[in-house]
Design a protein around this ligand. Structure first.
Ligand code: ARG
Ligand code: GLU
Length: 729
């Protein structure tokens, strides 16, 4: 009897606290408060999001354009990822004072480093304004007319929300424009770098470990928000003072416990949960394979070049990281979608949806499936051409954008001369060119061009190919290599000295010669084909798809009202919940949820660019000097939890049921990356730095314990069976 009760209890536990799909709007948490409390939340919805009192949301920061950070100190100290602070860290680094390699810890406020342009934004409030927008929109409007109408209708709402304040506001569409929210924000403009571990700790494992578990990386950095003397946002200035937060997240010394409730609060960028089978088919059969093939080819060239010498390694580090991050993600996404049989599931769903619609006498919902099929038939050639353009021009040979950048000068030289602005324009170009040639290796660029071109040609719809590519067949017997060799051999854009010479006397004749330059002509052909023949159609059909999707998802909610729905991520504030847990990512494979410093040291490879740990960490490990942050004879480093996340959740706080910080989100496991399209509770896990590793690095490794004084550090609670848990408010 006792035994079966226990089994039942375990079953109920396992059932109620498992992973949950969904990224919830903070204003709608009342509706899932009961579920969250049953799963282990000790707070109320009002503790998480309130417009009447300080709440968790007041500690959540949109960091720069695309990451999340959180307030952890009473003097405006914020925590985010190392890869989110990367730009600031590298900006302050020089060969003599290499903060990236050595780490950086300001000893006091005076040493904190300013970062003009970097911002920290808080959400003041969000409000559903659908009723003030949607009823005013006319049926049959095009998307362009609709956007215009929404802008017009939003203006008074925004004015009313911000008048007499220093706040900004926007009205954003959710659920393909089935609803609209007003979002009022406060943006601070003086955000200073406070601390970052050496990249041997903060980027430990590099690309090899990226998107993978087990992980051993402290992907963290610390910043501080400053305000004007009046406490309001101000440009960076000496007179500025540390920001006074409305809420500071407590740091849990207990750290994450396996099986406990966890939640994440941040700014996820973009998901496509409701995609039709036609779109998924494009992603799986075309977009992902084609983009993976192109990036595999360029990484082959770039990785080899970076290994061959240090100059190229530094020149290409940033570009390589950008190419490889998405490349590795797409490989995981494709595998995950195949394994989940997502395409067939979507098709089956659409069949059932159409049948349900007809049965309920809602034929216009059934019809939308056929509309989407037809629209995707039209859309795919343009989507293909657009995706290929992005890969070729933005992630391919840099010379295409470089040469195209001369268009203003080449086309506008007469006007510039007449206005007396030509000399300045030429000198701007010359200094731009200097930077370009310093940061690029022409041989690598040419090799990337050669590697990508055959893949581009294989996939580009004939009618949307840049006309200039015909030369490959007409003049070069179909040899793309020979064509690229000839372009680089004859173009001044592949040779710094020749380019400088060509610009020495910017006469009309010299400009005509530049206009006929082989790489310039190729670049123009790529750009003008895209701008004239691809982009307008891509946008027009894309708009009609948007209209159809709005009807499609509205139908889902009406035809299957018993299901729960969450709006796709759109860089607005969201909360996901689940628990601290491992996973079973593949047949025969189990992932434990925790890693330790022993694992870091085991991966250490002296001198390796990705796996070289600083000596001080090795020494602290040898001495087992973990202070109060160790557990079970070692130091916890990373953990996984079953929280639904995506890009933009980088730097988001992972909190326990009492709203205390237990971890810092920075990645997903490779087997989770399809969760932007389909979430699988058994597999999808986000990866976090354990709060105890963060505190250890600040307190013991960096000896920056002065920062601890402004934090709220929570001792582990007394065992729950001996005393009632205090509810943290
Ligand atoms: N995969 C993480 C994200 O999507 C971390 C990327 C930064 N790290 C790297 N090795 N490139 O942003
Ligand atoms: N590293 C990602 C970011 O920069 C988060 C990982 C993910 O996509 O889940 O936002």
């Amino acid at each position: 009897m006792q035994r079966s009760l226990l089994a039942l209890a375990v079953y109920v536990m396992a059932f109620t606290v498992r992973a949950h799909e969904g990224m919830w709007l903070p204003t709608l948490l009342k509706g899932i408060e009961g579920d969250m409390q049953a799963a282990g939340l000790k707070l109320t919805a009002e503790d998480i999001y309130s417009i009447n009192k300080g709440s968790l949301k007041d500690a959540i920061v949109l960091f720069g354009g695309g990451c999340t950070a959180e307030v952890i100190g009473s003097q405006g100290l914020i925590l985010t990822n190392h890869h989110c602070g990367f730009g600031a860290i590298t900006d302050h680094s020089t060969v003599e004072n290499d903060l990236l390699r050595n780490g950086f810890w300001a000893k006091d406020l005076g040493q904190e480093l300013r970062n003009p342009g970097l911002t920290a934004t808080f959400v003041i409030r969000m409000e559903d304004v659908t009723d003030r927008i949607v009823p005013q929109l006319e049926a049959g409007q095009t998307e362009a007319q609709r956007r215009e109408a929404v802008t017009r209708l939003s203006a008074p709402i925004i004015k009313e929300a911000t008048e007499g304040t220093h706040y900004a506001a926007v009205v954003r569409p959710f659920n393909y424009g089935n609803s609209y929210y007003l979002i009022v924000t406060e943006t601070f403009r003086d955000v200073r770098l406070v601390g970052a571990p050496p990249d041997g700790i903060g980027k430990f494992g590099g690309d090899t470990d990226n998107w993978m578990w087990p992980r051993h990386n402290a992907d963290m950095s610390l910043f501080r928000i400053y305000t004007g003397p009046d406490g309001k946002p101000a440009d960076p200035a000496d007179a500025n003072i540390p920001f006074k937060p409305r809420h500071v997240l407590p740091m849990s010394l207990e750290g994450p416990q396996e099986g406990e409730f966890a939640m994440i609060f941040g700014f996820p960028g973009n998901t496509q949960r409701y995609l039709s089978s036609f779109a998924v088919e494009y992603v799986m059969e075309k977009a992902d394979p084609m983009r993976i093939a192109m990036r595999t080819a360029s990484l082959g060239v770039i990785d080899a070049a970076m290994r061959s010498n240090d100059r190229t390694r530094l020149q290409y580090a940033d570009k390589q990281a950008g190419i490889s991050n998405a490349w590795k993600k797409w490989i995981g996404e494709l595998r995950g979608l195949k394994e989940l049989n997502t395409l067939q599931r979507k098709r089956d769903y659409e069949t059932a949806y159409a049948a349900q619609a007809r049965e309920k006498g809602q034929d216009h919902y059934a019809a939308v499936i056929d509309q989407l099929r037809t629209l995707y038939g039209e859309y795919i050639p343009y989507a293909t051409a657009r995706d290929l353009f992005v890969e070729m021009v933005y992630y391919g040979p840099d010379v295409l954008r470089f040469a195209d950048g001369f268009q203003d000068l080449i086309d506008g030289h007469e006007k510039l001369r007449a206005e007396g602005k030509l000399a300045q324009a030429v000198s701007d170009r010359l200094s731009g060119a200097e930077g370009y040639f310093k940061n690029h290796d022409v041989a690598v660029d040419k090799a990337v061009f050669k590697a990508l071109l055959p893949i581009y040609r294989k996939h580009i719809p004939a009618a949307l190919a840049p006309a200039v590519l015909r030369e490959i067949d007409t003049k070069y017997k179909g040899s793309t290599d020979a064509w690229v060799d000839a372009l680089y051999a004859r173009s001044v854009f592949a040779d710094e000295l020749r380019l400088k010479a060509a610009l020495r006397n910017p006469s009309a004749k010299a400009m005509q010669k530049l206009a006929a330059d082989p790489l310039y002509r190729v670049a123009r052909s790529f750009f003008s084909t895209f701008l004239d023949q691809v982009r307008p159609q891509h946008a027009a059909v894309g708009d009609r798809i948007e209209t159809a999707m709005r009807t499609y998802v509205k139908g889902m909610m009406e035809l299957y009202p018993e299901k729960t729905y969450w709006p796709d991520a759109n860089s607005t504030l969201r909360l996901s919940y689940g628990q601290v847990e491992g996973s079973r990512p593949r047949d025969g494979v189990t992932y434990e949820p925790f890693t330790t410093l022993d694992g870091v040291i085991a991966k250490h490879v002296p001198g390796d660019p990705e796996f070289n740990v600083p000596q001080r960490l090795i020494d602290l490990h040898k001495a087992k000097d973990y202070g109060r942050y160790g557990a079970n004879g070692t130091l916890p480093v990373c953990f996984t939890s079953s929280l639904h996340t995506t890009g933009g959740n980088s730097g988001s706080p992972v909190l326990n049921g009492r709203g205390e910080l237990i971890g810092l989100n920075f990645d997903r496991t490779w087997e989770s990356t399809m969760s932007d399209i389909q979430f699988d509770p058994a597999k999808c896990r986000n990866i976090c730095v354990d709060v105890r590793y963060i505190l250890f690095l600040i307190d013991i490794y960096a000896d920056a314990d002065h920062l601890l004084k402004e934090m709220t550090i929570v001792e582990p609670p007394v065992a729950p069976h001996t005393i009632e848990l205090p509810i943290h408010r």
